[in-house]
Design a binder for this molecule. Sequence first.
Ligand code: PHE
Ligand code: ZN
Length: 849
Amino acid sequence: MADGTADPRTIHLKDYTPFPWTIDGVDLTFALAPRGTRVTSRLRFRPNPEARPGPFFLHGEDLRLIEARIDGQPVSPRIALEGLTCDVPDGPFTWESVVEIDPEANTRLEGLYLSNGMYCTQCEAEGFRRITFYPDRPDVMAVFTTRIESDLPVLLSNGNPGERSEGVAIWHDPWPKPAYLFALVAGDLLAHRDRFTTMTGREVDLAVWVRPGDEGKCAWAMESLKASMRWDEETYGREYDLDVFNIVAVDDFNMGAMENKGLNIFNSSAVLASPETATDANYERIEAIVAHEYFHNWTGNRITCRDWFQLSLKEGLTVFRDAQFTGDLRGRGVKRIHDAAALRAGQFREDGGPLAHPVRPESFVEINNFYTMTVYEKGAEVIGMLKRLVGDEGYRRALDLYFARHDGQAATVEDWLQVFEDATGRDLSQFKLWYSQAGTPRLRVEERWEEGRYTLDLSQTVPPTPGQPTKAPMVIPVAVGLLNPNGDEVVPTTVLELTGERQSFAFDLPTRPIPSILRDFSAPVLLDRDAPEEEAAFLLAHDTDEFNRWEAAQTLARRAIRARLDGRNIDPAWAPALRAVLRDDTLSPAYRATILARPSQEETAQALHGAGLTPDPLAIFRAHEEVAEHLAHALADLLPGLHDQGQVPGPYSPDPDSVGRRSLGNAALMLLSRTDVGARARAQFAGAADMTQSVAALSALLLVDAGEAELQAFHDRWSGDRLVMDKWFALQASLARPEEAVATAERLTRHPAFVWTNPNRFRSVLGAFAGNLAGFHDPSGAGYRLLADWLLRLDGANPQFAARMSGAFSTWRRYDADRQALAEAELRRIQSAPGLSRDLSEMVARMLG
Ligand code: PHE
Ligand code: ZN
């Protein structure tokens, strides 16, 4: 089953049919108890005039049905594995059921569960069916009223608060929503409060809820929330629509956060921050995730998805919106660089291997396996291309039309593209291939110069992917600028639209220009071009496009890595070319930090594989080390000054400027520790007043295999702080040297604080280890075995998360025959384990397929 489609449980997009009923209202009552919570539901059904009649089926899993009634009369439904069926009247009727569930036994973190004594829910994608019997599909939208009975002090649900009395709270959400947006929280929590006045003058009460002890770590999430609310009004004209907006932090959470209507639930790692415990990167992540979840209120909640195949309709768009937000707040160029680098490392890897799937998949076995970088990040890239093709004005008109036309609906990718066609008159039938064809297109560029005429010959190929052997040409917006040899821009950024397999674009120019191609990373493609040797250095010195200037630095770094892999010397002109940019004070420190960054080892492995070679993880590790050593020596005089600039005076602040300075300073420190045997890093660690400086110093030490004492000191100081301890675990697992990595990861799994049922902690050891290229791909196969052992254990408790973590194996076919045999044996061992979950078995089948 190459793409999992042979599995009898496969669900297909083409099989969509609407639910035969609509729901006029949902009343839920929760009598909370750890081992036996009673959920009473009252659903008012009426035949759906837009659907063909069909059997009455309600989803339900792991529920104990206590009683069921229709219009007040007891009924005996037939319980099936994934739900129930029942004979029902022809017209409207009221369904009532009482079920019992066991939150304490819920280790899947899906449905209603307990995390450190706090009740919380996670319903996306199909978790509501673990709470009560219900048509658990996103196209069934209803108005919910929720009554919570519990002695716990804080009782929250979606919408606006209603009556509150001793042991009872009632919430009413006036906006129709699918069940996946339902949420409930109950616990002993404290609020960090604020208010927001909307564009029409309505007052909204805001709160960030946390466990006692964490109340001092909420201010940043709150600031981020207010900034997001304002930005969505100013940029998209979107106003918030309830009297309250609540955010809750929970320690046990599979993902980053969840956009439940009016009650966002967050992984505590995406909320809690204080200067002493969180890094700049943590602050930026919190800001971005708070924005992302808030933006879902319109793109996801007010307009939701008809079915889960349309997931990118909300996720791609919301990622695109949060990227715009971050770009506006923190600088567009640097944000674009970070996103493109992440896309290449993660999404290109997915798109080039056995897990490749379209932005809108056509089938799945387990929807949880499709919350991927392709659906999220490539989906956002597709929207970026659309915006580039129709222009800013066209984009805004299309979005206004989208909100006006589809508010309150469960929409599709077709609806989305239709608003662009209607608002701009553009035919998007070919563009739509971006939603259905998987694989990263390869864009080949050749240039010709004949007296006075410069021609770019563009051609494209889209590689075969599982289930898609042949592809049609896509619409690729290729932003280009042309420079003359003294560095002046003779043709400013122009978007060439490649729609055929090959096309030529000519420019009349008096002298032969130097091209800057795929500016701003205008399409998620691999650029294939035999550029003249000196072009990258020229663009690094002169390009006006921030992205392509960075790309030129990457090209030079790739060449240096490649030289060491082939046993050649590094071009002595490389470091001087970087030096000129690093010393240019007109460039922001944040930007200069990106110039100093090299491609990841994963990217090198990917590139070698793409070139038809077999990557050797150990050789890649060494080559990257040698390149870093080379830079450390060649820039030795410059680095101390850059590092000094990173010491930002005054109290900690995560503003873009301070963050940028620290990122440049710490990028310098990573190199400096290679020449001063950690002296500066040790001093920075000892004097660090905030976590950014502390973690950077510790990393710089671990990179050169020093820092034992600091590691211990860090442990002793922070053993009571979960999120900081996650860093302590992750740093060691990801930075351990190849020959020690497996033993290090194994040792960490035996540490008393390694609570493997907590996803953050599991990720901090095994996720970080799997990202340690040479460590995970240890030639003995011990890395594969370690991860497989833990996946099997995890699968029994939390299948969704086990499946997510298994993706580390997806590149196994890239490597040599010995490694392939070892990895394959582990995958087969997982596959044949008794009682394997649907989640993990689908992943393994696809990876072996
Ligand atoms: N919808 C969430 C987001 O993108 C992600 C999520 C999916 C969270 C599934 C939990 C479960 O913001
Ligand atoms: Zn999202």
